[in-house]
Design a protein around this ligand. Structure first.
Ligand code: 13P
Ligand code: SF4
Length: 319
């Protein structure tokens, strides 16, 4: 295999030749995060990835992340070419919320405002009134509650439950979960906190309720990054995908970041908290799709027109 530096140089050249820009999520391999930044692209959370792709002038977007991120980029920029290193990179939340069953759920609750998490298919988004990501879900549901609306929430039950507890909104839930965050364990986390009593705990709200309850800061990947920079502590315990540690450590070189325990990582596995679909993204894949124009993301035209409405609402709300 071609070595890393050669692959990076090749990608840099291809990005220029093809008028393309890289957009990477905080959970993908550090090489893809760094390269996005070095080449004028972006590494961020799912909300800012969507906005950046929409606003950038490049004709081609190379999205390193999972399928829903590529689809959201395509919905917001139907005339751009959106490429992904691996089209099989999906998400357990997306897989666990098929459109036929979701339609039936919505039909059973016609009086509720449909609020859907970004980690879903284009078809599910097209059924929604609002799209949210973990960085804006709380504010959007608060605003809807203040207007007297009742909420149908899908698909992440832990994020939904967290928002319900924080806002007191009237919500019904889809029973979905993220296979990565669902594995964090409160009992083991408490033991780790005892070992590091001065550490602050940072938790993504896709984690179970008893893990969220131990957090000093709860939020999206960008909120976690911000908390690590602003909270007064030298040591942090982090309950999110361990791809996040790269940015946390490079931006805070004097601070210590420890992975929160999952069922597996205490004894047998040192890095269980990593999304298998995010891990499908790599330098070789980016070089290959750019060179040959492979793995283009397609979304049905009618779905694009309908799915765009809740996404635009979210982007306007957070502008
Ligand atoms: P963010 O919206 O916080 O980037 O999270 C996306 C995701 O897939 C979390 O697992
Ligand atoms: Fe989906 Fe979880 Fe992977 Fe994020 S980390 S893409 S929510 S499975």
């Amino acid at each position: 295999p071609m070595e890393r530096t050669a692959l990076k140089d090749k990608i840099k050249r291809l990005l220029k030749e093809k008028n393309a820009v890289m957009v990477s999520h905080y959970y993908v391999h550090p090489d893809l995060q760094d390269l996005a930044e070095e080449t004028g692209g972006l590494v961020s959370d799912s909300l800012e990835m969507a906005r950046f792709g929409r606003d950038h002038s490049a004709q081609t977007l190379v999205v390193s992340g999972v399928k829903f991120m590529g689809e959201t980029s395509k919905i917001l920029s139907p005339h751009k070419t959106v490429l992904m290193p691996d089209l099989d990179a999906t998400c357990s939340l997306d897989l666990g919320c098929p459109i036929s069953e979701f339609n039936a759920f919505c039909d059973a609750h016609p009086d509720r405002t449909v609020v859907v998490y970004a980690n879903t298919s284009a078809a599910v988004k097209a059924r929604a009134d609002w799209l949210v990501t973990s960085s804006c879900a709380l504010d959007i549901v608060k605003a809807l509650k203040d207007k007297g609306q009742k909420i149908l929430w899908a698909p992440d039950k832990h994020l939904g439950g967290y928002i319900q507890r924080e806002t007191g909104a009237d919500m019904v839930f889809w029973e979905g979960a993220c296979i990565v965050h669902d594995e964090f364990k409160a009992f083991e986390l408490e033991a780790l906190i005892q070992e590091h009593p001065k550490a602050k705990v940072l938790v993504h709200p896709e984690s179970p309720q008893d893990v969220v309850a131990l957090a000093h800061a709860v939020g999206s990947t960008s909120a976690i990054l911000k908390a690590a920079q602003t909270l007064d502590a030298d040591t942090f315990i982090v309950a999110t995908d361990n791809g996040m540690l790269h940015k946390l450590r490079t931006l805070n070189p004097t601070k210590t970041f420890i992975e929160a325990p999952t069922a597996g990582n205490s004894a047998t596995c040192k890095s269980c908290a990593h999304c298998p679909w995010m891990a499908m993204n790599g330098l070789a894949g980016v070089a290959r799709v750019l060179e040959h124009g492979l793995n283009e993301v397609h979304v049905d035209h009618q779905l694009i027109d309908r799915a765009r409405l809740p996404i635009d609402r979210m982007l306007a709300f957070t502008a």
